[in-house]
Structure formats: C-alpha cells, structure tokens
Design a binder for this molecule. Structure first.
Ligand SMILES: Cc1ncc(COP(=O)(O)O)c(C=O)c1O
Length: 380
C-alpha cells in the first residue's frame, strides 16, 4: 500500500460549477462565483470584507500594501512559518523580526513578543500552525496597547474556531490559503479578510490594479480610472466556482479530518513510549480544522530516521517548516541559528503524519501500525 502525505478531496460538485462558470463567459475575477463564495463565507462564519486572491501569498502582500508597510518598518512574526509570511513585508522594504514559538502548539510565543517591539515596529503576523489557532486575543491586546496592526496568517486554518468564532475574524487583517495542500482548495487560491470596514474600499482599489473599477461595478460611477497603487490580486471566477463546491462541504471535510486527528491522538496516547513524544496540546478555546497532525520526536536524528523508514514502507511523513531565521535568506538578513534555540530545536524534531480527507481506514491503520513498529525500533 502507498500512503501519500496529502490528496486533494473532491466533493463531487466541482465539475458542475466549473462548467456553469465556463458557460457564463465571465471567467475573470469578481463575477458570479466569487460573489457566491463571499456570500457563503458571510452566511457560514459572518466573514465580511473578503477579497478572493490567487493565493495566500498574494493576500499577505495585498495586506502589507494596504497597511502601507515600507522601508524602515519592522514586522514581528514566528521564524517557524512559510517564506510567504516574511516575503510579504520584505518585498516592501520592511524587516521581518523573528520570534520564538511555544512548544505547546508551535505557534508564536506570546510572552516573547513585547521584548521585540521597538519604535520601528508596525505590525505582528502570527500564524495558525497545523490549523490550530494561535493566542490571537492576547496578541491583539499587545498590538492594541502599542498601536500595532495584526495581519493573521490563517493559511492553514480556514474553518478552525477560536472561542467559537472562525479564526480570521479577530485581527485587523487575515489571510487564508486554498492551495491544493489545504483542507479546502481550488488548486491555487487565497483570501484577504479586511475586518476593519473603513479599509475595504481602498482594498478594492489595490486589488484591481489601483483603479476604482469596484465603484463602477456597484453602479456608483460610469467609468473607472487610476486612483491608487495596486496590482492584480483577483482570483479567477472559474477557480472560485471550484472553491465554492469545497467550502459548501466544510462540515463534512472538517468532521473527517478532525476524526483522523483524534484517532492519531488516541494512537499516541496508547503507545508505551508516549511520554517520549510531544503532540500539540489541546485547548478548550480552540477547535482545529484538522489540517495537520504532528509528533515531536526526541532528537533530530530519530526524526530523520523515522521519516526514512516510513518512506521505505511507502508512507509519506514529512518534516515541517525550515526555520526562516537560519535559512540562507535569514542569514543574509543578519540572523544566526542560535538566535532562536527553541524554534531550531522543535523544527528539527517535528514530523507531520499523512492526513487527507479521503484517507481510508486501511490507509490509516497501515500508517499507524508501521509507525508503531518503527518508533519501537528507534525509541528505547
Ligand atoms: C503559514 C503560511 N502562510 C502562507 C502560505 C502560502 O500559501 P499559498 O500557497 O496559498 O500562497 C503557506 C503555505 O503553505 C503557509 O503555510
């Protein structure tokens, strides 16, 4: 049996919606299906100010542009994240300032944020690793007391809940990913959520190449023209058609993935060497969308050998992010590996187990029985 790491899920409605979109002859951004997706997000989660983008990377960039991030600014973020989080501010000339993560959930360690704030700090970008919400209320409290903006990178957490509200509604701006590695996908896609109403009109200009075309489409004026900076940050409507079919299946997809995560937790709890393994701590205020299940093994060497042996059994288990501060780009920016010892240590020991919505019982059982044998051979 071959167990892949991920396999995009098909809800069954994708082709019908895509075919409708084709027939409409309106394939570019902000047409029928984009509106349907936004209406769906509002109805399901109360999300307003949603701008569908070609990726989460584009959403992060659009957010940084909207907030006027520029040369001389500092932006605090975890080093344990994807390159897009840092690039979103770096490309505008700002400096990413890397913060440690907390071993309880691999998200930014809130207690270490304040010591990084300087007179140049403009923004904090926390992420929700594995789909598990970060401590966003505490982060907002710090940001508000220093007058900083928060752009929440929810690339992995569409559908996750923080105090019973979707992750992405709490910060000034939030970004989702609908890449095919994510729970809900249209191949490549994303969204910027502008939670502050007063910023939404300007966001609509930035996304449409710096024009006020959105006002024309609303019937507020006859023509549109160049009014601001901008770029092309629109998701094609034909992709929004696919996305709608996925978001409409949110409850089914989430239930399946949460069941898989819970089965992984039960598996670990029953292992005789469970105390040598670290898993994400569960928190009653947070409900993950089941995006990732990971283990932290005792050493980097054991982690690497575990992945190799799983691979020999045709099971794809993966490492997590490679810390940004110690990457070659991070080093060029002046960071040293030893600047963030906790991040470096945890990132060297993490392994992500295969998980996908269509995972069968046979695939799951094959995975855990092989993983149990391999762990028994590596741990004493
Ligand atoms: C935290 C984080 N931010 C941003 C991204 C980029 O998402 P996209 O591929 O939609 O641009 C990813 C991708 O996995 C991510 O993990």
């Amino acid at each position: 049996m071959i167990v892949p790491f991920n396999k995009p899920f098909h809800t069954g409605n994708e082709l019908a919606y895509i075919s409708e979109s084709l027939k409409s002859n309106k394939l570019s951004g902000n047409h029928h299906y984009s509106k349907m997706v936004k209406e769906w997000m509002f109805k399901k989660h109360g999300l307003e100010g949603v701008f569908l983008t070609p990726s989460c990377t584009a959403a992060l960039e659009m957010g940084a542009l909207l907030l006027g991030i520029g040369p001389g600014d500092e932006v605090i973020m975890p080093s344990y994240t994807f390159t897009s989080t840092a690039n979103a501010v770096l490309i505008f000339g700002a400096k990413p300032v890397f913060c440690e993560i907390h071993p309880k959930d691999m998200n930014i360690d809130v207690s270490k944020i304040e010591s990084l704030i300087t007179s140049k700090t403009k923004m904090i970008i926390p992420i929700d690793y594995a789909g598990v919400p970060c401590d966003i209320a505490e982060i907002m409290a710090i940001a508000n007391s220093y007058g900083l903006a928060v752009m929440h990178d929810c690339a992995q957490s569409y559908g996750s809940l923080y105090k019973n509200e979707i992750s992405g509604r709490q910060a000034h701006l939030s970004c989702y990913s609908f890449h095919d590695t994510k729970n809900f996908t249209c191949g490549e896609g994303g969204a910027l959520v502008v939670n502050e109403a007063f910023r939404r009109e300007r966001a609509s200009f930035l996304m449409e190449k710096g024009t006020d075309r959105s006002r024309m489409l609303k019937g507020l004026q006859e023509k549109y023209s160049w009014v601001d900076k901008g770029s092309s940050y629109l998701l094609a409507d034909i992709l929004a058609a696919m996305l709608l079919s996925q978001l409409q299946a949110e409850d089914e997809i989430k239930k399946k993935r949460q069941e898989l995560v819970n089965k992984y937790y039960d598996w670990v709890a029953n292992l005789k060497f469970a105390q040598q393994l670290l898993v994400c701590q569960q928190d009653e205020n947070k409900s993950s969308n089941g995006h990732i299940f990971y283990l932290i093994l005792p050493t980097r060497n054991i982690r690497d050998r575990f992945i190799e042996k799983m691979d020999l059994s045709d099971i794809a288990a993966h490492i997590g992010y490679v810390p940004l501060h110690s990457s070659s780009m991070g080093t060029n920016l002046g960071y040293k590996t030893e600047d963030l010892p906790i991040t470096e240590d945890l990132a060297g020991r993490i392994v992500r187990m295969p998980i996908f919505t269509g995972m069968t019982d046979d695939e799951f059982n094959y995975t855990i029985s092989n993983a149990t044998k391999i762990l028994s051979s590596l741990l004493t």
